[in-house]
Design a protein around this ligand. Structure first.
Ligand code: TRP
Length: 450
């Protein structure tokens, strides 16, 4: 076990890519993307999403890893080192807080996933089983103790990986889980598209309907792209610090974006044809995964096996994303509080046990405690996704574009001139980071507020 963070680093570039893809692929891909596609005009939305991801999100992803690798250390240290100003440390602290908020509700959903994985393994969702899935889910998530205990189990699993360290924990598990995720989603996709009546679902995903595209859809695409690629919460700053100096950061950013997007589209192909084949309303959110899908499993051939595969996929995706959220906070506490990895991780776990339980209880007994009509769970989700992550993304591009400057940026992405990158590409990337991305983020923020 590595106790000092200076010894923490990925052993190879593939390790870095696997860990970052593990972070990116999560609940955002498996349920949020498919239903957003449905609500916003199918293929038309996918096209907009692809353009935004390519033009805006991928350069931001690159900017984050540039700050991380050049600055080194925890996010706050990295910001201070590359900007030369102490005040920029605040951007790193904000990233830590963002991750804390996301993590608080993520562990609750992670706990639900464990519960549903156990139910599937126990054969509850086999073909022909009679279940009342809305009551089943509602009853479980609103109860007091069970979901809390499952969320603690989820925290415990994550913390083991964190305490094992960057190489032996995060890198090793990511290298194992990431390929599994792709194999599993492809298997489920094949089952889904071969169901009778699946074609309507495929049409829904791939037939563009530009008339249902509006300004709202653009906002939805940008927000989803940020969430799905884990942007604006210092994830890639933290992982960037562990990246080998020789790695080609631009290529890595492209690989991470493409893989995450491919997975999201595959998740759409796995879920939507099944939803259509069984005539269910496709535009619902979280309920799609925990209410609708179990119902569908009980009606389809090989449903029992598929339920195990699906909830196992969801579980792996949730764990590998949670690990990255956990690592941002742990690395920050290690450096701010001068703590060892294991004590920092334990501190994070303890606080999470409390905030996670609060989020869990807010679905049940604490349902009445609301701020602006939203319970604590939804409030954490809303504030982190709509406010903190976009502000984090803005600070990242401002730091690289306006504090660091082009010369250092190019030096970093070419690893001190050793990597051949077309100068025009570097210029375009820098232009996007300096001007386009900040304008788009600010314009989005303004339109959300008004
Ligand atoms: N990207 C993850 C998903 O799609 C969520 C996530 C993990 C995340 N780590 C993050 C989001 C860091 C923002 C920041 O589910």
């Amino acid at each position: 076990m590595t106790e000092k963070r200076h010894n923490d680093a990925f052993s190879s570039n593939f390790g870095m890519i696997a860990a970052a893809i593990g972070s990116a692929i999560g609940l955002g891909n498996l349920w949020r993307f498919p239903y957003l596609v449905g609500q916003n005009g199918g293929a038309a939305f996918i096209i907009v999403y692809l353009i935004i991801t390519l033009i805006i999100s991928t350069p931001i992803l690159l900017a984050e890893s540039v700050i991380g690798r050049r600055g080194g250390g925890s996010p706050a240290e990295a910001y201070i080192n590359v900007s030369g100003r102490k005040a920029w440390g605040g951007a790193g602290i904000m990233g830590m807080i963002t991750c804390f908020m996301i993590m608080s509700f993520y562990v609750v959903v992670g706990g639900w996933t464990i519960k549903y994985l156990i139910l599937s393994v126990a054969g509850q969702f086999h073909r022909g089983a009679i279940i009342d899935s809305p009551t089943m889910f509602e009853g479980f998530m609103t109860s007091t103790t069970a979901p809390i205990i499952y969320s603690w189990l989820f925290i415990a699993l994550t913390i083991v990986i964190i305490i094992l360290g960057v190489q032996k924990g995060i890198e090793k598990t990511s290298k194992l889980m990431m390929p599994m995720l792709f194999v599993l989603i492809i298997l489920i996709g094949i089952r889904s598209v071969t169901l009778p009546g699946a074609k309507a679902g495929i049409d829904y995903l791939f037939k563009p309907d530009f008339s249902s595209l509006n300004f709202e859809s653009l906002l939805a695409a940008l927000g989803q792209s940020f969430f799905s690629l884990s942007l604006g919460a210092c994830m890639l700053i933290t992982y960037g610090a562990y990246t080998p100096k020789s790695s080609n950061l631009t290529k890595n950013a492209a690989i991470i974006s493409v893989s995450d997007t491919f997975f999201a589209v595959m998740a759409g192909c796995a879920i939507m044809p099944a939803v259509f084949a069984f005539g269910v309303n496709p535009t619902q959110g979280a309920g799609l995964v925990f209410v609708t899908l179990p119902q569908i499993f009980t009606q389809m051939p090989l449903g029992g096996v598929c339920s195990v595969l699906f909830f196992f996929t969801l579980f792996l995706a949730a764990v590998s994303s949670a690990v990255s959220l956990f690592e941002v906070i742990t690395s920050s506490i290690m450096s701010l509080g001068k703590k060892s990895r294991s004590s920092a991780a334990l501190i994070v776990a303890l606080v999470l046990v409390m905030t996670g339980s609060l989020c869990s209880l807010s679905q049940g007994v604490l349902r009445g405690v609301t701020i602006h009509g939203m319970n604590i769970f939804d409030q954490f989700d809303y504030v982190s996704a709509n406010f903190l992550m976009t502000t984090g993304g803005l600070l990242t591009v401002l730091c690289v574009g306006w504090r660091m400057g082009k010369e250092q940026f190019v030096d970093e992405i070419t690893s001190g001139g050793t990597i051949n990158l077309p100068p025009a590409l570097a210029s375009v990337l820098f232009f996007i980071i300096k001007y386009v991305a900040p304008i788009v983020i600010v314009a989005t923020a303004i339109s959300i507020i008004f």
